[in-house]
Design a binder for this molecule. Structure first.
Ligand code: ADP
Ligand code: MG
Length: 254
C-alpha cells in the first residue's frame, strides 16, 4: 500500500474526515508552491477544529430542547419597529446571563416573542451555558407529576440549576393552586442565581388570574422583575402577515 493511501486510512481511523477530504486540495497547493507545508497543516487542522466546534454546538443546542432553531438574523426587525433592535443585540452579548438577569417578552400572539427568546437561548447554548426551553404548561405538568410521586424537590432542583431557563407562553390557560405554588418555589430558587427568560401574552396586571391569587402573582412577578429586561412588543402578528400574503398571492393567481 502506498503512503498516500496509508495516510488516508490513518486520517479516517482517527476520525479526521475533514483533513482527509481536503488532503488532495492541500497537496496540490503545496506542490504549486501556493502554501508551505506548515501553512497547509495548520489550515487542515483548523478545518478539523471548526467541524468539532460545530458538532459540539449542535449537541448543546439539541439538549436545550428548542422546538425550532431561529436566530436574530432570521428576525425581520423592520416588520416590528416597536422592538429596539439594539437592545436585542445587546442582550445577545449575554451580559444578562453573567448578571443573573431575567428577560420578559410581553405581547400579543405572533409578534415574535418565542422567536426572540429562542434566538437568545441558542446564543446561550452556543456559549456553553446550560440552557433549557420548555412550555409553561409542560413545566407545570412535570412539576405536579413530581409532587404526586413525592420527588418534587429533586425535580425543582433540576429546573433550578439551568443557567438559562426559557419558559414559553405563561398564561394561555390558568393553573391550579398546587401548580401556582410550585411555580413560585421554582422562581424563588432561581431568583438572583440564574437567568430566566419568559414569554407571555398576558399583561402583568392580569397574572393574578393565571395563578388564582393576587398575592402569589405579585410574589412571582417581584422576583422575576427585580433584575430584568422587559420587552413589550406592540405590533402586528407575523403569522397573520404570512397568512394574508398567502391569500393575496392565491387570489392574484386566480
Ligand atoms: P409569539 O411567540 O409572539 O406568538 P412567534 O415568535 O412564535 O410569536 O412568531 C410566530 C412565527 O412568526 C414564527 O415562525 C416566527 O419565527 C415568525 N416571526 C415572528 N416575527 C417575525 C419577524 N419580525 N421576522 C421574521 N419572522 C418572524
Ligand atoms: Mg410564542
Amino acid at each position: 500500500m502506498n503512503v498516500y493511501i496509508k495516510l488516508q486510512n490513518n486520517l479516517e481511523e482517527l476520525n479526521l474526515i475533514n483533513m482527509k477530504n481536503n488532503l488532495d486540495k492541500y497537496i496540490n497547493l503545496i506542490n504549486s508552491g501556493e502554501k508551505s507545508i506548515v501553512e497547509a497543516l495548520y489550515e487542515l487542522s483548523e478545518l478539523e477544529l471548526k467541524a468539532k466546534e460545530k458538532r459540539a454546538i449542535a449537541s448543546v443546542v439539541k439538549v436545550a430542547n428548542f422546538h425550532f432553531l431561529k436566530g436574530t438574523e432570521d428576525f425581520d426587525f423592520s416588520f416590528q419597529p416597536g422592538i429596539n433592535k439594539q437592545q436585542i443585540l445587546d442582550l445577545k452579548s449575554l451580559r444578562f446571563v453573567e448578571n443573573n438577569e431575567n428577560i420578559l417578552f410581553v405581547g400579543t400572539p405572533g409578534v415574535g416573542k418565542t422567536h426572540l427568546a429562542v434566538s437568545l437561548g441558542i446564543e446561550c447554548a452556543k456559549h456553553r451555558y446550560s440552557t433549557y426551553f420548555i412550555h409553561f404548561q409542560e413545566l407545570i405538568a412535570q412539576l405536579k407529576k413530581a409532587l404526586k410521586e413525592n420527588r418534587l424537590e429533586v425535580r425543582l432542583k433540576h429546573f433550578a440549576k439551568y443557567k438559562v431557563l426559557i419558559i414559553d407562553e405563561i398564561g394561555y390557560l390558568p393553573i391550579d393552586k398546587d401548580g401556582a405554588n410550585i411555580f413560585f418555589q421554582l422562581i424563588s430558587k432561581r431568583y438572583e442565581k440564574h437567568s430566566t427568560i419568559i414569554t407571555t401574552n398576558t399583561p402583568f396586571s392580569e397574572w393574578s388570574e393565571i395563578f388564582g391569587s393576587p398575592v402569589l402573582a405579585q410574589a412571582i412577578l417581584d422576583r422575576l422583575l427585580h433584575h430584568s429586561h422587559v420587552i413589550l412588543i406592540k405590533g402586528k402578528s407575523y403569522r397573520l402577515k404570512e397568512k394574508l400574503e398567502f391569500f393575496s398571492n392565491s387570489s392574484k393567481q386566480q
